[in-house]
Design a protein around this ligand. Sequence first.
Ligand SMILES: [Zn+2]
Length: 172
Amino acid sequence: MDSLEIKIYGDEVLRKVCKPVEEITPELVNLAKKMLEAMYEAPGIGLAAPQIGKDIRLVVIDITHPDETDEREPHIMFNPSWEPEESSELVAYEEGCLSIPDVFCNVERPSTIKVRYTDEHGEAQEMRGVEGLLARCVQHEVDHLDGVLFVDKISQSDRILNQSKLKKMAKR
Ligand SMILES: [Zn+2]
């Protein structure tokens, strides 16, 4: 099968508020697996359904690095949501996005979160005390499901620095 095409900044699907997934069908699980393939190929650590043109609440994540492990740890999350844990504090960290190539900027986000989602078997899952890169990635991907991009959250100076790149991207 052909690999999925990743939509680039300026594509209107990236600004849609995505629909909840009512039923986890074999087709959707298959789509999620293809999203993982496209993400690994890119390569990236997370991909949300609108990035491949589907406005549904589905994200895939794997923060492991192929050079550092033989065992990859893919997560398929339907209808994911998160909230900060009590111990959470705001931290800045550099982010990028497969839909916004060549732009990397700091974004402030809560450090430690609780994540809820439905997995590919239709089971409700909860992860407590999620931190570091995984916490960051979940928040970035869930933003995508609400039509929010990391460049919406960068400092004004970073915005000015990247303005022309973003404009060119949006015009393609
Ligand atoms: Zn992204």
